[in-house]
Write a protein that binds this ligand. Structure first.
Ligand SMILES: C[S@@+](CC[C@H](N)C(=O)[O-])C[C@H]1O[C@@H](n2cnc3c(N)ncnc32)[C@H](O)[C@@H]1O
Length: 437
């Protein structure tokens, strides 16, 4: 979507109405499903209809690509809910050809040996993200006459390494964690000695800077650079994306590619950013921002391919929460338990509690009629969580529209677009804000 100020502000107004109407859903942590009786919050007609659906039906219901049809007619309110989410959400459907047409005109052909070495350290998910982002950045350098990219929150520097050695773009990695820069330098050297052996020349290594980028602090630094440059933040978590956007609009940077994550880590400095969102008093709870970091595509996949019993994990954890709450403990960090579908609740609970030996839970507490009832109702937890995932699309949309609007407010002549830049089944946080000043 190409961001236009007026449309985007209207969008925010509609989202605000939606959020007010469905806060009971967005703000309900699935962990509290039994403690707070989330099921009772659903309209009565939804409570009757939803348990008649199969896992496949639930997947169809939350899949915005699907015009689902069911054996019986769903409550109109439920249909309207899905239709509203669909209209108010940014599309997450990845269209490789569209991306290539617009942003990746000359896909870089990297040396096959380079690719092999690169793949050794980078998982499939990260590879796709890195390669697509690097190709877009390389294209934007050409389009804007820039030579340099600042990769903020670079982590282990995979993106910058690909950009430098694969696409021949000068890069600087900035990360607040020193050991990330050190590991990244080690990977750079390994790659460089390999390139020397293969007599591949021409590329220069990324620079590494250990720095916490802050609001209204580093903009001046970028003002004095002699080269043309752009910014990127790939999965820049919490406030970092907002800080990068601030630096982008307040510096001579030519372009920005911003992909966020961990929205719940934002505070008042990170959201809302735009005057429009502030005017409309747009705000979200921690719970709403947390669910916006999950992806319904992967959940749908599990619902559809016979893995639904793996999704019992939420129900088991929520049932255990009822026992812990009686002991005065809420939302404790417990051990993740694998292969949940093969376990009885007692076995799950024993494994989950093994990290907190001071927590004394008797076996008899794990087998009460109430707990048995909770566990029997596990599919209702899946249904409720599915509905939350559906509405999560709108929360993420609001966050990205707010960030984009801020850029338009501060740099009215900039082109700003929000686009899925990788397949959400591989990389769920796939929406990028692409800006050119
Ligand atoms: C989720 S990781 C993403 C790493 C990498 N871009 C990737 O896609 O794999 C976010 C990174 O941002 C860094 N970070 C967070 N806030 C920062 C700040 N204000 N300044 C610099 N780095 C920051 C963290 O240390 C972390 O390495």
């Amino acid at each position: 979507m190409i961001v236009q100020v007026e449309d985007a502000e209207k969008w925010i107004v509609h989202i605000k109405k939606f959020v007010n109407a469905f806060s009971w859903l967005q703000d309900s942590f699935v962990l509290d499903f039994y403690v707070d009786n989330h099921w009772s919050k659903l309209p009565k007609s939804w409570q009757e209809f939803l348990p008649t659906l199969t896992p496949n039906d639930i997947a169809d219901l939350i899949d915005l690509q699907k015009n689902a049809s069911f054996k019986t007619v769903p409550p109109l309110g439920l249909l309207a809910f899905k239709a509203t989410v669909s209209v108010l959400s940014l599309s997450r459907t990845y269209d490789q050809r569209k991306l290539q047409r617009k942003y990746i005109k000359n896909q870089t052909e990297v040396h096959p040996e380079f690719r092999k070495l690169f793949h050794r350290h980078v998982k499939l998910k990260k590879r796709t993200e890195v390669v697509n982002t690097a190709n877009i950045l390389s294209g934007l350098c050409t389009e804007t006459g820039s030579t340099h990219v600042y990769d903020i929150g670079a982590g282990l520097g995979h993106l910058s390494r690909y950009l430098s050695y694969g696409c021949n773009v000068e890069t600087t990695c900035v990360d607040k964690v020193q050991c990330f820069g050190q590991s990244a330098t080690k990977f750079d050297r390994e790659l460089e000695s390999f390139l020397i052996k293969k007599r591949i020349t021409g590329a220069s290594a990324p620079s590494h800077v250990c720095l916490t980028l802050e609001l209204n602090k580093h903009e001046q630094y970028f003002e004095h650079l002699s080269h043309q440059f752009g910014f990127t933040g790939l999965h820049a978590c919490g406030n970092l994306s907002s800080v990068i956007i601030h630096n982008f609009v307040n510096s001579p940077a030519k372009f920005l590619v911003s992909v966020g994550c961990c929205y719940m880590k934002m505070d008042g400095n990170g959201f809302p950013l735009s005057a429009a969102a502030k005017r409309h008093d747009l705000s979200f709870t921690y719970e709403a921002l947390e669910v916006a970091c999950h992806a319904n595509e992967q959940y749908c996949e599990r619902l559809r391919n016979g893995q639904v019993r793996k999704l019992m994990t939420h129900s088991y954890r929520a049932a255990l929460e009822t026992i812990l709450v009686k002991k005065g403990i809420r939302r404790a960090g417990l051990r993740g338990v694998p292969n949940i579908e093969t376990l009885e609740f007692q076995d799950y609970a024993t494994a989950a509690l093994s990290r907190v030996p001071e927590l004394n839970v008797e076996n008899s507490e794990l087998t009460t009629p109430y707990i048995n009832e909770c566990v029997k109702d596990w599919f209702k937890v899946v249904i409720f969580y599915s509905l939350r995932l559906l509405s999560a699309n709108i929360i993420e949309t609001a966050v990205l529209i707010d960030r984009s609007l801020f850029v338009k407010e501060q740099a009215p002549n900039s082109n700003v677009e929000i686009l899925p830049i990788f397949d959400p089944n591989i990389g769920p946080r796939n929406l990028a804000i692409l800006c050119v000043k």
